[in-house]
Ligand binder design. Structure first.
Ligand SMILES: Nc1ncnc2c1ncn2[C@@H]1O[C@H](COP(=O)(O)OP(=O)(O)OP(=O)(O)O)[C@@H](O)[C@H]1O
Ligand SMILES: [Mg+2]
Length: 337
């Protein structure tokens, strides 16, 4: 008999989204499909970037995972697997203990989540107590450790501060600490750095990427800016008009983009632009949901578009762990599905 130590079973994904479609009820009663058949999964320790221009459906996907949109507004098709649960169809009784504990979320404007009248210490204590995982002196130690992890050199001083005494970047770091207090498995960050200046954005991103690596945290990081995430992300998914246009390991998506839309986004990244090129954005605008037609949603802005791109659903090409939804991918993308 072999006495070798058995290999641990590979950890499954923390979050697995399968064929997710989202429908909203517009004010005039119309039922609009805002996300169509999206699938992706995030492993422990993985930094997954969901990128797309304004209105592409990023926030709706995040809110669907947390089920933070009233059922009357948002209808969900498909599955959102988290552990043994399907969050797409779970009851409030199942969802409530998960929110803020196993799944946490940070937003663009930290001030909206912080109470201006309470010190950082009281707010963080309340976050710990909400789920009762840490008790007594352990609570304070836990808070100080997390403040150090989000790179505060003097956490005791930060504890005494009120939110208005902190800079925007410091407030967002406090929010990250608060989001991690109960040892979540999944952190959803919806454009958490958009309101910050560029160097601070990078620092916040580095902190989140480090936390993912060191704590085995799965991160769903949402941004409209591919240039911001491409150095930190392990995986990138590109969303356009509610459709996942391309996804795969960050290196493949960046080095050999298969969708003309991804290539166009990359052409806007300043230090990747070829000399003399002045492109700062893609010409044209994302069509609004009510104007979506059959065929590819990017067709009117695509340099490679042909007549067939306006007909039916676009095929999915999959090559190993890289996939693209396009009639004519920019490089050899293997099998058509
Ligand atoms: N209640 C609603 N009724 C109708 N349409 C809605 C409703 N809520 C959202 N939408 C539409 O859903 C689409 C996706 O919105 P979402 O907020 O997810 O975009 P986003 O990618 O997060 O954009 P941004 O970068 O601006 O935050 C948008 O086209 C928006 O107009
Ligand atoms: Mg959004």
């Amino acid at each position: 008999m072999s006495n070798s130590i058995p290999e641990p079973a590979p950890a499954g994904p923390v979050l697995s989204i399968e064929g997710l479609s989202l429908f909203v009820r517009a004010d005039d009663g119309q039922r609009l499909k805002i996300v169509e058949n999206a699938s992706f999964s995030i492993a422990p320790g993985q930094f997954f970037a969901l990128v797309g221009e304004s209105g592409s459906g990023k926030t709706m996907i995040a809110r669907a995972v947390m089920r933070l949109v009233p059922d009357a507004v948002l209808e969900i098709d498909g599955a959102i697997r988290f552990g043994a649960h399907d969050l797409a169809h779970a009851s409030e009784r199942v969802l409530r203990p998960l929110r803020g504990c196993e799944i946490t979320m940070i937003f663009q404007e930290p001030m909206s989540s912080l109470n201006p009248l309470m010190t950082v210490e009281r707010q963080l204590m309340e976050a710990v107590d909400a789920h009762g995982r840490f008790k007594g002196v352990e609570r304070r130690d836990r808070i100080l450790e997390l403040l150090r992890r989000v790179r505060f050199r003097d956490p005791e001083l930060i504890l005494k501060a009120f939110p208005h005494e902190l800079s925007g970047g410091m407030r967002q770091r406090v929010m990250i600490a608060a989001a991690l207090i109960n040892e979540p498995k999944l952190l959803i960050a919806d454009e958490p750095t958009t309101a910050l200046d560029v160097t601070i954005q990078r620092e916040v991103l580095d902190i989140i990427a480090e936390l993912a690596r060191d704590m085995g945290l799965a991160v769903l990081f949402i941004s409209h800016d591919l240039s911001l995430v491409y150095e930190n992300a392990d995986e990138i998914a590109v969303l356009y008009g509610g459709v996942m246009m391309e996804q795969g390991p960050a290196r493949k998506v960046i080095e050999s983009p298969a969708h003309p839309y991804t290539a166009a986004l990359l052409a806007c990244v300043p230090h990747r632009r070829s000399k003399g090129s002045r492109q700062v954005g893609i010409e044209g605008a994302v069509p609004s949901v009510a104007d979506w037609r059959e065929g590819c949603r990017f067709v009117d802005r695509c340099g490679q578009a042909r007549a067939a791109c306006r007909v039916g659903a676009m095929p999915l090409f999959v090559k190993e762990d890289h996939s693209v939804r396009c009639l004519a991918p920019l490089n050899d993308m293997g099998e058509r599905h």
